[in-house]
Design a protein. Structure first.
Length: 385
């Protein structure tokens, strides 16, 4: 049996993971992240360059082993999200799995056009008889069921191009997922009813999500990310080149000035020194803006109980003190998100902020609900049910 691979293409990085599957468990065999060009807002614009990156990662991680399946995330302009509500009459006195399947199929028929390909569909809420809201509808008595869905779509022609690109890299079996599905699987959301929030700090965007009762409750992507921190450093200290600014952020950066010691640091490639506390001040100002935007969104969703936890992830959260700053601004308990369900010899990888999506993708599966079959047998048995 070959390997299962996952691929997360961000604004500035590409991460690939490979794993073997044994008795239902995913054993991480390797993971690698590289800087990325040829992608704009989640859409591949330079196919030749991106293909070369993917071939390099496959060679580094898979070696001489075959990759049987690849699971890839779609984001930014490559992914469209819409919300739909559907109503179905229950075939029996209680909600059955078949009712959920009919509701989902009804939603798909309404949401997906000929030019679209369905990437994923997630239920956000269930309502019985247009009144009682329930988290787990199967078995609940009623006459009708309303379901609120979030539907994730992509351009079918674009996905066909990506499949062709990956086929040239030797991968034929490709599945696509939205990042939110990877979060769900990575954090094993379905196993807990406890509400919590997740903030993913990316280079160009900040994603904010609210979870509860084992489901996604709210989701928004804010159009500002930690690339703005790099720009501030470059302008504030008159540095030539965004890469030098980024290097300073990762090497010396601290998100909370009060955590910083007084010392001089050298700007790479130039004979100039600055105070480390001054760098921290620039970083903290922008990080506060990013985090306060996320906190405001959570407050709009009435996520106000200080006992409820906020999980933090994303490459932008790697700056030291980001979790402390978020806790200070929000008043909530904050911890770094950690992947569940993937077995690794290196536990630190499971908590690495830049790896949550790619590791969660390994666990993702498309599961189609089946409608209840009709016929005289089902009709007859339903009379005596």
């Amino acid at each position: 049996m070959g390997l299962i691979a996952s691929l997360d293409i961000g604004s500035e990085k590409m991460v690939m993971a490979v794993a073997s599957q044994e008795n239902g468990d995913y054993h991480l065999a390797g993971i690698k992240m590289i800087a990325l060009q040829g992608v704009t807002d989640g859409v591949i614009t330079d196919k030749a360059k991106v293909k070369s990156y993917i071939k390099y990662l496959i060679q580094e991680l898979a070696k001489d082993k075959a990759i049987d399946r690849l699971k890839m995330s779609l984001s930014g302009a490559a992914l469209r999200v819409s919300e739909h509500k559907v109503n179905v009459l229950l075939q029996r006195k209680n909600v059955k799995e078949g009712d959920l399947a009919r509701a989902e199929n009804k939603c798909i028929e309404a949401a997906v056009s000929r030019e679209d390909e369905l990437v994923d569909i997630l239920p956000v809420s269930y309502q019985i008889d247009r009144g009682m809201v329930v988290a787990h509808p199967v078995g609940v008595a009623g006459r009708s069921l309303d379901v609120h869905y979030r539907v994730y779509l992509a351009d079918a022609a674009y996905l066909m191009e990506i499949r062709a690109l990956l086929a040239d890299c030797g991968i034929e079996d490709v599945e696509f997922f939205p990042p939110v599905r990877a979060y769900m699987e990575a954090l094993d959301v379905c196993s807990t009813d406890k509400p919590f929030a997740l903030i993913d700090m990316g280079a160009r965007h900040t994603a904010v999500m609210l979870w509860g009762e084992g489901m996604l409750k709210q989701e928004v992507v804010l159009p500002l990310g930690t690339h703005a921190v790099d720009t501030d450093i470059m302008k504030g200290f008159r540095i030539e080149g965004i890469q030098v600014a980024k290097q300073m952020k990762h090497q010396y950066g601290i998100a909370l000035r009060s955590m910083c010691k007084t010392e001089k640091i050298a700007i790479p490639e130039v004979k100039k020194q600055i105070e480390k506390r001054d760098l921290a001040k620039v970083i903290q100002c922008r990080m506060e803006e990013l985090l306060e935007g996320a906190i405001f969104q959570l407050q709009q969703w009435r996520f106000n109980d200080a006992e409820k936890e906020i999980l933090l992830t994303g490459g932008g959260s790697r700056v030291i003190g980001t979790d402390t700053l978020l806790a200070k601004l929000s008043g909530h308990k904050v911890r770094m998100a950690k992947v569940k369900g993937v077995i690794s010899g290196n536990e630190e990888i499971l908590s690495a902020p830049a790896c949550l999506i790619v590791l969660g993708l390994l666990l993702c599966e498309h599961i189609e609900l089946e409608e209840e079959k009709g016929g005289i047998g089902n009709w007859f048995s339903s009379i005596f049910k």
